[in-house]
Ligand binder design. Structure first.
Ligand code: MTE
Ligand code: MO
Length: 203
């Protein structure tokens, strides 16, 4: 029996529903770090997030502004395209939906480009970044998000592969079309549903 099959079988032994693990994934208790390029460092007050593009009222938030907004603290599983999944992760943040309501999304906007520090981008349909659990997160397991995991603030969208969750997010741009982000230009799927194994172009 190979590693993946053994890992999946261990789930039932631990009393975990194996159906939570998407095809081709394995469960890990670790929290791997994955990104291209450097980890940014911010002076206090330096980080901001701007909502722009097809909105009536573009605006920019500081970390203090973000923390002052109504927050959610859901628990969910996350799935990386490099095949690790981590269960029951708990994040605190503000729903993207709430930020977009404040900005006033214009008719015809269908997609969002997430812009992160140093030019990382990832594209996502508007409906997928405005679900109940899709958030601009500033805490992981009750603590500030570590810089290596995207702190001070990252996007978390649990139902898509984790590359759709931009670390060090700085901008959310509303658009009227789907255009590829960083990995999507380099072979990764435009949508990225882990349960359909949409890892690459053509999946
Ligand atoms: N800004 C930025 N965000 C990013 C990435 C990146 O390279 N740059 N990598 C993505 C990928 S591929 C994954 S799996 C997750 C990893 O998050 P983690 O390092 O906290 O596990 O971040 C995503 N967000
Ligand atoms: Mo990833």
């Amino acid at each position: 029996m190979g590693f993946f099959e053994r890992n999946r079988n261990e789930l039932s032994d631990k009393g975990i529903d194996p159906d939570r693990l998407p095809p081709g994934q394995y469960l890990t208790d670790r929290f791997p770090v994955l990104h291209v390029g450097d980890v940014p460092t911010y002076e206090p007050g330096e980080w901001t997030l701007t909502v722009f593009g097809m909105v009536d009222e573009p605006f920019t938030l500081t970390l203090d502004d973000l923390r002052a907004l109504p927050s959610i603290t859901p628990t969910f599983d996350i799935h990386c395209v490099t095949k690790w999944s981590k269960f029951d992760t708990t994040w605190t943040g503000v729903r993207v939906r709430d930020l977009f309501e404040r900005a006033g999304v214009q008719a015809g906007a269908t997609h969002v480009m997430e812009h992160a520090e140093f030019g990382y981008t990832t594209n996502i349909p508007l409906v997928d970044i405005t679900t109940d659990d899709a958030m601009v997160a500033y805490a992981f397991e009750g603590e500030d998000i570590e810089p290596i995991h995207g702190g001070p603030v990252r996007i978390v969208v649990p139902h898509l592969y984790f590359w759709k969750s931009a670390k060090w997010v700085r901008g959310l741009e509303l658009r009227d079309r789907d255009t590829p982000g960083f990995w999507e230009k380099n072979g990764y799927n435009m949508y990225g549903d882990p349960f359909k194994e949409q890892r690459h172009w053509g999946d």
